[in-house]
Ligand binder design. Structure first.
Ligand code: SAM
Length: 219
């Protein structure tokens, strides 16, 4: 098996599969495959389970997460995607906001080993619940799959994004309006976000994640 670098810091390709270097060798997070090449253990990053991986597979040009990044993650769930961010950022930090206790319990176990993840039980609509725990960040990543996710994303970006920071939002068109064409939903989200930030790109995630897209913007 051969490992290749990609154009993104900390993201590799092994036989056409994406991978990150395991921050906690020997430990899996969501049943992903571990691959040892030389002295380095990689975790295969499954594009069917993680939206940024699907976006990279589909030609994403801007991936602002790199070594040392500070991230505010809205809708971190049990940490499937966040674990790969954690591999990439190393000594950076992920503030993970999650409204539901059930996935957060699993995340807490993961964060005991991955010291760069801070699990926070809170509602991303209620910034006052966590503003005292979170600092200004390089990236706000939002994946809450809610009808008002664009508004919630923008409010958090306005509060927590550094001057030259980046925002990434996973848009689930069916959560916003099942009756509308997904392209219309993406267009509308772009319009709302463009009022405040420069939209760099929107990448659709089909066939890995049906009727989803990731939008990347810059402060
Ligand atoms: C699609 S899942 C996230 C999957 C995760 N981002 C990943 O890739 O591993 C959406 C998550 O957002 C959470 N969520 C929904 N509304 C929320 C809110 N208002 N504040 C915080 N989390 C929320 C849900 O409980 C759920 O865990």
């Amino acid at each position: 098996m051969k490992v290749k670098k990609t154009k993104f810091d900390g993201v590799y390709k092994i036989d056409n599969k994406l991978a990150t270097i395991n921050l906690v060798p020997g430990e899996k997070v969501y049943g992903e495959q571990l691959v040892k090449i030389g002295n380095i253990e990689y975790r295969i990053w499954d594009e069917f389970r993680s939206k940024p991986a699907a976006a990279i597979k589909n030609g994403l040009e801007n991936f602002p997460i790199k070594e040392g990044s500070k991230i505010l993650y809205l809708g971190i769930a049990s940490g499937t995607t966040a674990s790969h961010f954690s591999d990439i950022i190393k000594n950076g930090i992920i503030y993970g906001i999650e409204i539901s206790e059930i996935p957060l319990k699993d995340l807490i176990l993961i964060a005991e080993k991955r010291k760069n993840i801070v699990p926070i039980l809170a509602d991303a609509r209620k910034i006052e619940q966590y503003e005292h725990l979170v600092e200004k960040v390089d990236v706000v990543y939002c994946d809450i799959a809610q009808p008002d996710e664009v508004r919630v994303f923008l409010e958090n970006c306005k509060k927590f994004l550094k001057e030259k920071g980046y925002g990434m939002i996973a848009i689930k068109s069916r959560s916003i309006d099942v009756t509308k064409n997904p392209n219309e939903i993406y267009k509308q989200a772009k319009k709302e976000i463009e009022e405040y930030y420069e939209v760099l790109e929107i990448v659709k995630l089909d066939p890995y994640q049906k009727d989803h897209a990731i939008l990347v913007c810059k402060a």
